[in-house]
Design a binder for this molecule. Structure first.
Ligand SMILES: [Zn+2]
Length: 234
């Protein structure tokens, strides 16, 4: 009789633990196949590749056509900006980063049209390339008067890469515009995406022109690295 009781208990335990294990298995299966769990806890599934957000870079070669930009030392800003923008785009292309330019040759494109193009094409980042004038040396990068975190990251990233990879002096990241820190430059203010405007040295400085001409590849590589790193952080 005692032996029979023990036997019955064993059966009950086996059935109960079977039901319990099945229940736990079912809960795990339902949780794993629920999209919320997959989205919120992607690290639970290390085999699943993370899907990077799509990146589309708009490169803006400042000035062009009847607008030469700054002119000094027998050179025009519009030529320098196109040269560097084309090099940056080639690097981005080689790195498999989707990008496009607001102009690809010496033509006049109004600022609003450039912003409309960037907005319309769904660019995730806009980098406007310029050269400075008015006395001084070095690079400076302009962002919105009230920049997003991504904008600060992009500008600081490009600045860091340029200082590490070229001989340019540093003039820092600046907000707003030359005469008013609370008013953004047109290319930053009228574009919808993360943006910055990079001034690549002074056209009136022999020293900066020398750096620009002799380190064109390094400058382009530094800008591209800054863009790529910032776009992977976003
Ligand atoms: Zn300019």
């Amino acid at each position: 009789m005692r032996k029979q009781n023990k036997q019955q208990l064993k059966w009950i335990y086996s059935i109960a633990s079977g039901v319990l294990l099945f229940g736990i298995g079912a809960v795990i299966w339902i949780a794993a196949s629920t999209s919320i769990v997959k989205d919120v806890l992607p690290f639970l599934d290390p085999g699943r590749p993370s899907t990077p957000a799509p990146v589309k870079i708009c490169l803006d070669a400042g000035h062009g056509g009847r607008d030469p930009g700054a002119q000094a030392e027998g050179r025009s800003e519009k030529n320098d900006t196109l040269k560097i923008a084309q090099k940056v785009q080639r690097i981005l292309e080689d790195e498999g980063v989707d990008s496009f330019m607001t102009r690809t040759y010496d033509t006049f494109v109004p600022l609003q049209e450039r912003c409309d193009l960037a907005n319309g094409e769904g660019a995730t980042m806009l980098v406007s390339l310029h050269r400075n004038i008015g006395g001084g040396t070095g690079i400076e990068i302009w962002i919105n008067s009230k920049p997003s975190e991504e904008e600060v990251l992009l500008a600081e990233g490009i600045r860091h890469e340029l200082l590490a990879g070229t001989a340019f002096n540093d003039r820092g990241v600046k907000r707003g515009s030359y005469d008013n820190p609370s008013v953004s430059l047109k290319m930053n203010g009228s574009s919808n995406m993360t943006s910055c405007l990079v001034e690549l040295g002074f056209m009136c400085s022999e020293e900066d022109n020398e750096i620009f001409d002799s380190q064109l590849d390094e400058i382009a590589a530094a800008i591209a690295r800054g863009i790529i790193k910032a776009s992977r952080m976003g």
